[in-house]
Design a protein around this ligand. Structure first.
Ligand code: NAG
Ligand code: NAG
Length: 547
């Protein structure tokens, strides 16, 4: 006990000496430009209708409903005072798709300390306490960051300045920064439909459909549906942000495919449930397992039914690939519904992942316990300070753009600005993160520690109850028989080429393709100006051959 105190006191007295965590002043307010302020704005408009209901009112309504439900059947399973679609659940149309819960959200945050504290600020002092110069922890941190740094493009000072200036201009001028998927597609004159699917466990998910442009319909024979599934903390927007002629969704529509964009539970387009309220942690108790085993089947079956097809092409990025492999392993019948699967930045094995954020939440990291407390148990909405702790500062040194480096998607996945235009980066930063759960992040941390592709671990006791085993079960990849192409990149912080190589050996029918570009990274699959030529063309060519 005494020695613990001595260590802590020493560390405290020593103050902040680690390079990475060096921080002599409050964060520069500039670093807040993108997050959290713009992030919050993004959720307030146009995604949520103004809502007068407070968190207390919601709870009261819930209690009321519980009392009533014994005597009277609740209206189609939807709680009173929470979300009232005009005409009942069956008529839950695009207009009603997004329950206006943001204000309840914010109020819950201030009301009761035992309720989830969204966006809770990381306690810098407590994090620094562990980091004295000779500490083992400190060595581990240096290692984590050195690995990440190795897989980072290092632009010249001149390139950094140019990018930063162009980014500032793009942020002021580009109206696309604030448009949702429907508005983007309408602006570029693509026909768009919004669809809502309910999963078997009660989540409402939004799907966007792009049909071919009218004038092309006569020229093209009917092509199959293509389902695009975004990555971790992403949304359907990610397939659209570089605009027509560049982003994959447009290219596929131009090529005559029936394009569908999925949205996982918890992202900004899929934040509604028959009975759970997103201001309560209960809503967020899901990892990639639930996206794989509930969201994907609901969306894929809906797409097939609505388009009248028996099979579709699947393109996933990041978590969109993890979820696919989990689905096809656990429900092998879904392999039969897939013409071809294209995995961009495939994530099943994570042993070699270099992302500091994910490695620091891994159970074998000395930071895990502390970070776990700081990132909460519900929605993953890290504070600006946490972001700069887990890589933002390093990113700023390497890339020189605070706006990009205060964005959790970039800090988590790695950054290269060489081939991302400032306008596309600005669009990405304003649309990401689109929301997700803490559990999904932890699940990847667990995969780093275990080196295996398993279900989410709840800890031994709950695992025994949920899975019947102390360890979470592994996904059996030999059950994945759909034809898969794996697209990987050397500088990807999340999908490491070595992990992708192992994945390939365990899949029944997998080809692999490493993007021939030295600094291609995780986000480049969706935002690099070279993606159309190096990646999308290959995808579309390969689909055309199979169509
Ligand atoms: C997109 O924005 C438009 C206009 O604000 C709105 O009518 C529509 O419901 C939104 N759709 C989605 C899915 O966010
Ligand atoms: C995995 O699936 C294969 C069939 O594809 C089966 O032979 C094997 O026993 C399974 N492995 C486990 C551990 O269940």
């Amino acid at each position: 006990m005494k020695s613990v105190c001595v260590l802590l006191c020493l560390a405290l007295a020593h103050g902040i000496s680690a390079n990475i965590f060096k921080r002599s002043h409050r964060p520069d307010p500039d670093s807040f430009i993108v997050q959290p302020q713009d992030y919050i704005n993004q959720y307030q408009r146009p995604l949520y209708r103004p809502q007068e209901q407070t968190y207390k009112q919601y709870i009261r309504a819930q209690k009321h409903k519980q009392q009533e439900s014994s005597s009277q059947e609740s209206r189609e399973g939807i709680p009173d005072g929470y979300y009232v679609p005009v005409g009942g659940a069956a008529a839950a149309s695009a207009r009603d798709w997004n329950a206006p819960l943001y204000s309840a959200f914010i109020k819950a945050q201030n009301r009761d300390a035992s309720e989830p504290a969204f966006g809770e600020s990381i306690a810098w002092s407590s994090l620094n306490m562990a980091v004295q110069p000779d500490a083992l922890v400190q060595k581990q941190i240096q290692m984590i960051f050195a690995d990440a740094k190795k897989a980072t493009a290092h632009p010249s000072a001149e390139e950094k300045t140019k990018f930063h200036d162009a980014f500032a201009i793009a942020t002021q001028k580009d109206e696309d920064l604030h448009l949702n998927a429907t508005e983007l597609l309408k602006k570029y004159e693509y026909p768009v439909e919004e669809h809502t699917v309910v999963t078997d466990d009660g989540y409402f998910l939004t799907l966007f459909r792009i049909s071919t442009k009218k004038q092309q319909i006569n020229d093209v024979t009917v092509k199959p549906a293509v389902f695009l599934m975004h990555g971790l903390l992403g949304s359907a927007d990610d397939w659209l942000l570089m605009g027509p002629g560049k982003s994959l969704a447009y290219l596929l529509a131009d090529a005559g495919y029936d394009v569908w964009l999925g949205n996982a539970r918890g992202n900004k387009y899929s934040r509604r449930h028959t009975s759970k309220h997103p201001a309560v942690n209960d809503f967020w108790q899901f990892s990639t397992d639930e996206v794989a085993l509930h969201d994907l089947p609901a969306m894929i079956d809906y797409v097939l039914k609505t388009s009248g097809q028996e099979k579709l092409h699947y393109v996933g990025h990041s978590q969109g690939t993890t979820a696919f492999f989990a689905l096809a392993a656990d429900f092998p019948a879904y392999n039969e519904k897939i013409i071809s699967m294209h995995a961009l930045a495939p994530m099943a094995y994570m042993k070699n992942a270099r992302s500091p954020l994910i490695r620091m939440v891994a159970p074998n990291s000395p930071f895990q316990a502390r970070l776990r407390r700081l990132i909460g148990r519900g929605a993953f909405e890290p504070s600006a300070e946490l972001i700069s702790t887990v890589g933002g500062d390093m990113c700023i040194n390497e890339i020189g753009c605070k706006n990009v480096c205060s964005n959790v998607n970039f800090v988590m996945s790695g950054v290269s600005i060489a081939d991302v235009s400032a306008a596309d980066a600005a669009a990405a930063v304003s649309h990401l993160p689109a929301g997700g759960s803490v559990r999904s992040i932890e699940h990847y941390g667990q995969a780093i520690a275990s080196g295996e592709f398993t279900k989410y671990s709840h800890g031994p006791t709950i695992n025994s109850r949920v899975y019947g085993t102390v360890e979470p079960p592994k996904y059996n990849l030999s059950q994945v028989t759909a034809p898969v192409t794996l697209y990987s990149a050397v500088d990807d912080w999340l999908a490491h080429p070595a992990d992708v190589a192992r994945l390939q050996t365990e899949l029944a029918h997998a080809e692999s393709y490493e993007v021939p570009e030295p600094h291609f990274s995780h986000m480049d699959f969706q935002f690099s100006t070279k993606a159309p030529e190096l990646v999308y063309k290959k995808i579309i060519d390969s689909m055309n051959v199979r169509a």
